[in-house]
Design a binder for this molecule. Structure first.
Ligand code: ADP
Ligand code: MG
Length: 184
């Protein structure tokens, strides 16, 4: 069972390969409605309607190094196993949005895993891409926005290791905060 943060990484890597300059990641832990969902939206090259129809098949890929693409098909089956689904919305020249729903407490739902490392590593390796990351847990949430961070940093690079470390710690601390079940 692959952790969901690694599936998210796969989907974001598709966006990067599609030449996106802006990528929005949103994770929603809705325990009240027993739904774990996430969406990844990009402004990359997009896919046409015909391509979208078949993108859940492992044989649909624009890779040239191997003949099968597995990122979307594997996530699609993981979602279905958890009584959920994977939706693909895409327009050529505009971008793509992948939305995944799963039953929160389904026995086959993989844990999220180390999302703080996933997000901070993505920012580290792609300093030219603007990322937003929103994480909701019931009625609480936090977000990060690389555009905002870059404004504050001024001359300092966002891929400076001390900045990346700060981002990772901020995500981990914020996750603990929003996951506290009581309201103060
Ligand atoms: N965000 C995206 N923007 C444009 N095309 C995409 C995007 N995500 C996936 N695709 C297309 O769908 C194909 C299949 O994706 P995937 O299942 O992850 O396999 P792979 O990345 O190994 O090809 C990709 O090769 C690419 O052509
Ligand atoms: Mg892929």
């Amino acid at each position: 069972m692959k952790e969901l943060s690694l599936h998210i990484l796969d989907i974001v890597e598709n966006s990067i390969r599609a030449k996106a300059t802006e990528i929005n990641i949103e994770i929603n832990e809705d325990l009240k409605n027993n739904i774990f969902s996430f969406k990844i939206k990009d402004n990359g090259i997009g896919m046409d309607a015909d391509f979208i129809k078949n993108v859940r098949s492992p044989f649909k890929t624009t890779r040239t190094t191997r003949k099968v693409g597995l990122g979307i098909p594997l996530l699609d089956s993981a979602a279905k196993r958890c009584n959920g689904k994977l939706e693909v919305k895409s327009h050529v020249g505009k971008g793509t949005e992948i939305i995944v729903f799963m039953e929160y407490n389904h026995i086959d739902r993989a844990p999220l895993g180390d999302i703080a490392s996933t997000i901070s590593n993505l920012i580290l390796s792609n300093p030219q891409i603007e990322f937003t990351y929103v994480h909701k847990y019931n009625n609480k949430s936090f977000n990060i926005d690389t555009k905002e961070i870059k404004k504050i940093l001024g001359e300092i690079s966002i891929s400076d290791l001390s900045v990346i470390k700060w981002i990772k710690e901020y995500i981990n601390k914020s996750l603990i905060k929003i996951r506290q079940t009581f309201d103060i």
